[in-house]
Design a protein around this ligand. Structure first.
Ligand code: ADP
Length: 362
């Protein structure tokens, strides 16, 4: 399949400040550039997310039977869980080309028009971080999605006007870390909405085994489990840790990653037993030490840690919430007894009536 990638500078999903975070940042394409074949190309290679795959396979099959493009699809979930990969699989399974770009890279309507007019029938346009489109660009996208039309500027100066231009039928696949960040009119123009959840340890272990095999340093079941378990529920991190563990194993003269190699390497990398890295621990410790365990608002926490709010909310917090180290209460973030125990601190009070992982924007 011909694949068109519009590489617009920075990796589309790199959160602000990611450059200094080798283990958690974006770097969407970098892993794959080194070892082709690591990014799954087909539904069958995409590990986990069984319910999501089942539904999308039906939508793809139905669209193919009708000889129509797939409906516009919105994928949401934290970074590194496989949104870009799934967009590529959708294109591959539909037998069409994919054009890849991101919200911040589409700086004005002209850039969007360039992408849209380059599409041929059935193509997929993938816009990562679609919540970061500017309002004017977003507005031009509405008519493209709904009516297959955009207004192109013609002429100059006093004779400048716009002319409607009919687009080839296409599929927009948008990815966002949180649907709440998307404007309602844009959200409503997607006919398919699907979330991608954190992966189980067993699924991550399978991903590690697949990647390790492709990298030429197979992992034993125990070795893969050890890496999978400490990968924050995230395939991108599982792949990245697998590479680093391979380095340690190789230098130690191993031919296979065993649990002991994984354990040793991950300790050296500062990834603890629960998969938390130095920044995760700093977040929890800051709440404990500076805010007496919370509740604390996200702005105050971001200022204390000198981390961008977006990075905390998109990259770190979802996993800490999901694993029960942090809760969101009506008055802010609060550490849990589990977090205190993990950090070897006294038990402290139970968190206030928590709001779980709700969309409270504190
Ligand atoms: P996102 O777009 O959500 O940030 P990506 O699609 O770029 O995440 O995925 C990050 C990496 O993780 C990819 O390079 C891919 O190799 C791997 N990956 C993601 N999902 C899966 C999966 N379900 N099975 C195997 N590997 C996966």
């Amino acid at each position: 399949m011909a694949r068109v990638r519009h590489d617009d500078g920075d990796p589309p999903d790199a959160p602000p400040g990611a450059a200094s975070r080798p283990l958690l940042g974006g770097e969407a394409g970098a892993d794959d550039a080194e070892a082709p074949g690591i990014r799954p190309q087909r539904f069958a290679e995409y590990i986990g997310q069984a319910a999501l795959k089942r539904k999308l396979e039906v939508f793809v099959t139905a669209a193919r039977q009708r000889r129509e493009p797939l409906d516009h699809t919105l994928l949401h979930g934290p970074p590194g869980l496989g949104k870009t990969t799934m967009a590529q699989i959708l294109a591959h399974e539909m037998g069409v080309r994919i054009h890849v770009t991101s919200g911040p890279a589409i700086e004005h309507k002209g850039v969007l028009a360039g992408h849209l007019t380059a599409l041929t029938e059935g193509d997929v346009l993938f816009i990562d971080e679609i919540h970061r489109l500017s309002p004017t660009v977003e507005e031009s996208l509405y008519s493209a999605m709904e009516d297959g039309r955009i207004d192109l500027p013609v002429g100059e100066g006093s004779r400048a006007r716009t002319m409607p231009f009919s687009l080839a039928p296409f599929t927009l696949v948008g990815a966002t870390t949180r649907t709440a960040l998307l404007s309602a009119p844009l959200r409503e123009r997607f006919q398919i909405h699907e979330g991608i959840d954190f992966y189980s340890d067993a699924e991550l272990s399978q991903i590690v085994q697949r990647t390790a095999g492709l990298l030429g340093m197979p992992a034993s079941a125990d070795g893969a489990n050890e890496i999978g378990r400490r990968s924050r529920g995230t395939p991108r991190i599982a792949n990245r840790l697998t590479r680093r563990v391979r380095d340690f194993a190789q230098v130690r003269g191993r031919e296979r990653i065993e649990a002991e190699d994984a354990h040793y390497a991950l300790d050296q990398l500062g990834i603890d037993e629960a998969g938390l890295d130095g920044i995760d621990r700093r977040i929890l410790e800051a709440i404990l030490d500076q805010f007496e365990g919370g509740p604390v608002g996200i702005e105050a926490l971001a200022a204390t840690l000198s981390e961008p709010r977006d990075t905390l909310e998109d990259v770190y917090e979802p996993f800490l919430l999901q694993r029960g180290f942090l809760v969101r209460t009506p008055r802010g973030r609060q550490v849990t007894r589990k977090a205190r125990a993990h950090l070897g601190r006294p038990a402290g009070p139970a968190p206030e009536g928590g709001a779980g992982q709700g969309e409270l924007d504190l």
